[in-house]
Design a protein around this ligand. Structure first.
Ligand code: FDA
Length: 403
């Protein structure tokens, strides 16, 4: 281990999607760049993403698909590095992709190919990567920053923090970025688990466990934002894309609203069924609409008991059933937490950062990018797009400042 500090232009802490991408751009812009990470392997979240195929961006990317205290903050970076820019890079590396639902682009090769792309870009600029490097201290010095690690001391004019959020601690997630931000006078919006299954207790938990594995299409609303996608019953509660999306907006103690037949005039449909086939039972009608196990669960929940025929149901009873089907109000007890959350909602407050360069407004030369910032994307490639765009904004900002 060298006793003399190593001097560089840029030190990036965190070899995830954002850190590696930022370092690659900075290095290719002629800046002497190193990436430090405490993990054994780089970009492990890229590896497990998209079921191993990395949903690396979303062609419908727009600022309204991101949460954060300042809804305008992400606009600048997202406008200057688009999904097509990353597609061009993929093509230059001879990687191909497939568009799945809702604009989601998945890598046709394994997600490891995206990690190789990031490492190749870093190498193309002669940037370096130092893994299993534990940071013990960061000091502001006259020329920039001094970073003390178990692998020596590095000094640089610019320091980029890209250590991500708190989701999946088993994979090396830490609150490093938040602690450092606070040390340098930044506010941190309380981090909470996002894109995470919701849990229930008591009778609902037991009912959902019995339905485990059943999936239905629905509209799930939380805190005024709604998503039309599948919901999945699990042993602990609810998951599936619509629930994961809604979880990022859900607040502890609040209900969620589930429309089981979005866009359907349920009362009109059930009245027509009564007209055409008054001898059928409401349960038979539900079984035409939903998987049988779910229909059987729904019956009592909708107050349908006994074997009364549809023809015997009054308009008022049918209206009550229709209302319950379109507004099934459920109160989750919590979420599955950091263990399974795909992202962290909240993070370093954006009013302390430049939206153009991600540079700290308090400490010149200090940058925060990626998931550690209070910008959180929807499910479907948006979080990687934010990692690429914020990394690009920081790298180009650093380069312009240096020139
Ligand atoms: P990221 O967490 O990727 O990287 C942070 C790096 O910092 C890690 O390498 C870590 O080891 C390092 N680090 C942390 N603390 C440190 C410390 N104290 N010292 C040194 N190093 C430290 N998004 C998407 O758009 N499409 C998708 O398909 C998926 N799929 C997906 C699946 C699963 C299971 C998860 C958990 C997440 C996703 N995501 C996703 C979200 C996406 O993975 C996430 O938003 C990005 O990886 C964030 O990139 P960052 O580089 O900001 O952090």
């Amino acid at each position: 281990m060298s006793l003399e500090p190593e001097t560089l232009d840029v030190v990036v802490i965190g070899a995830g999607a954002a850190g590696l991408f930022c370092a690659g751009i900075a290095a290719q812009l002629g800046l002497r760049t190193i990436v430090l990470d405490h993990a054994k392997k780089p970009a492990e979240k890229v590896r497990i993403s998209g079921g191993g195929r990395c949903n690396f961006t979303n062609i419908d990317c727009a600022p309204d698909r991101f949460l954060g205290d300042n809804s305008h903050f992400a606009k600048s970076a997202l406008a200057r590095y688009s999904p097509l820019d990353f597609c061009d890079l993929m093509a230059r590396h001879r990687l191909s992709w497939t568009e799945k639902t809702l604009g989601q682009l998945f890598c046709d090769q394994k997600s490891g190919a995206v990690i190789d792309l990031l490492l190749d870009e870093l190498a193309a600029g002669n940037g370096s990567l130092r893994l299993q490097t534990v940071i013990s201290d960061i000091e502001k010095i006259e020329t920039g920053f001094r970073v003390t690690t178990n692998n020596g001391v590095v000094e640089s004019a610019s320091l980029v923090v890209a250590t991500g959020g708190l989701s999946i601690p088993k994979m090396g997630a830490t609150g490093f970025a938040y602690d450092l931000a606070k040390k340098f006078g930044h506010e941190v919006v309380s981090p909470r688990a996002g894109l995470v299954p919701l849990t229930f207790s008591g009778a609902l938990k037991d009912a959902f466990a019995a339905l485990s594995g059943v999936a239905i299409d629905a509209r799930v609303s939380a805190n005024g934002t709604q998503f039309d996608e599948a919901i999945l019953f699990t042993h602990r509660g609810l998951s599936g894309p619509a629930v994961l999306q809604a979880s990022s907006y859900w607040r502890e103690g609040a209900p969620i609203d589930v429309d089981l037949l979005p866009g359907v005039d349920i009362l009109g449909v059930v009245k027509a069924k009564r007209e055409a086939d008054g001898r059928s039972t409401p349960l038979q009608w539900l079984e035409e609409l939903f998987p049988k196990r779910f229909a059987i669960f729904l019956g009592p929940a909708l107050g349908i008991v006994g074997d009364q025929r549809l023809g015997e149901y009054s308009n008022i009873r049918l209206a009550e059933i229709a209302e319950k089907l379109s507004h099934w109000t459920l109160k989750p007890t919590g979420t599955e937490g950091w263990r399974t959350a795909e992202v962290t909602v909240g993070g370093i407050a954006t009013d302390g950062l430049s939206s153009k360069t991600m540079e700290s407004r308090h400490v010149p030369g200090l940058y925060f990018i990626g998931e550690c910032v209070d910008v959180t994307g929807w499910l479907g490639g948006y979080n990687f797009q934010w990692a690429w765009a914020s990394a690009h904004a920081a790298a180009t900002g650093i380069s312009q400042k240096a020139s």
